[in-house]
Each structure stands twice: as C-alpha cells, then as structure tokens.
Design a protein around this ligand. Structure first.
Ligand SMILES: [Zn+2]
Length: 143
C-alpha cells in the first residue's frame, strides 16, 4: 500500500491482480506473522539477498483494511503494519517487499520482482505462478 490519493495505474493493477490470487497462508495473530518473518530473515537465502535488512518487525495497522510498510535503513530494519484484512502471507510479503527496495520505488517493477521473489522462495513455484499470471493478466510491469 502506498500513499492514499492519486493511485498509479501500476498500483491499481497490482491490487486488482492480488485480489485474484488464491489465498496463500492465513495468519491468526501479529505474533504468528513475526514468527514467520523471523524464520525468513534467519535463512541463508535472506542473508545473501537482503543483508541490508536484518529484521522485519510486524505490527497491527490502525486501519482495518490498509496495510503499509517502511524501511528504517539506519537501523537495518523494516517495519510492516498489517490490517485485519491483510492477515495473510501475500499481503505480508507485499509489505516486506516495500521494505527491501529503495524508498519511492512504490509498486514499480523493482518492487514487483522483489515481491515475486519472496513468494517463490517462501511458498514455491505454484504460488509464484499464481501471482505471476495475475500480474501478467492485469498488465503489472515486472520489468
Ligand atoms: Zn503496496
């Protein structure tokens, strides 16, 4: 989720595409999300790919529907705020990807590829293909 107000075509296409992707994994609590994140950031794969971010912290979003994220590069950390509606792995990884790309990337292709990469590594090729095909169908620019 990026800034409210003017939503780019790319952002609209991303949201439309994600709504069509079958559920990946549902979380029951922010604690479950934090455990998932800690496991992910402890892998060798993470260390190789994203060693500028050593930890992602999960918090509940103040909004029921909107999740958001920001990086704190000075702390080598990312922070994600997950809404009630966003208590699933697709939303969590969407927000994690925002923490990993340069600020102001928004939902552009670098972000989209990072997101797809996370889905592939944590959930495998079938879930990756679900997301990839939804992105293609809705003209999401993946570079
Ligand atoms: Zn977003």
């Amino acid at each position: 989720m990026a800034l409210v107000g003017t939503m780019s075509d790319q952002q609209k296409n991303v949201y439309t595409a994600e709504a069509e992707v079958p559920a990946v994994h549902k979380f029951n609590s922010i604690k479950e999300i934090q455990i998932f994140l800690d496991a992910m950031t402890s892998t060798d794969w993470w260390e190789r790919k994203f060693n500028h971010i050593v930890r992602i912290e999960a918090y509940k979003s103040a909004s029921r529907t909107c999740s958001h994220a920001h990086a704190e590069p000075e702390n080598n950390c990312g922070v994600i705020n997950i809404s009630e509606r966003g208590m699933n792995a697709l939303t969590v990884l969407h927000e994690v990807a925002h923490c990993l790309v340069p600020k102001n990337t928004g939902h552009e292709s670098d972000w989209a590829r990072t997101f797809m990469n996370l889905v592939y590594h944590r959930f495998g090729s079938d879930k990756y293909m679900d997301l990839y095909q939804a992105f293609l169908k809705h003209n999401v620019d993946i570079g």
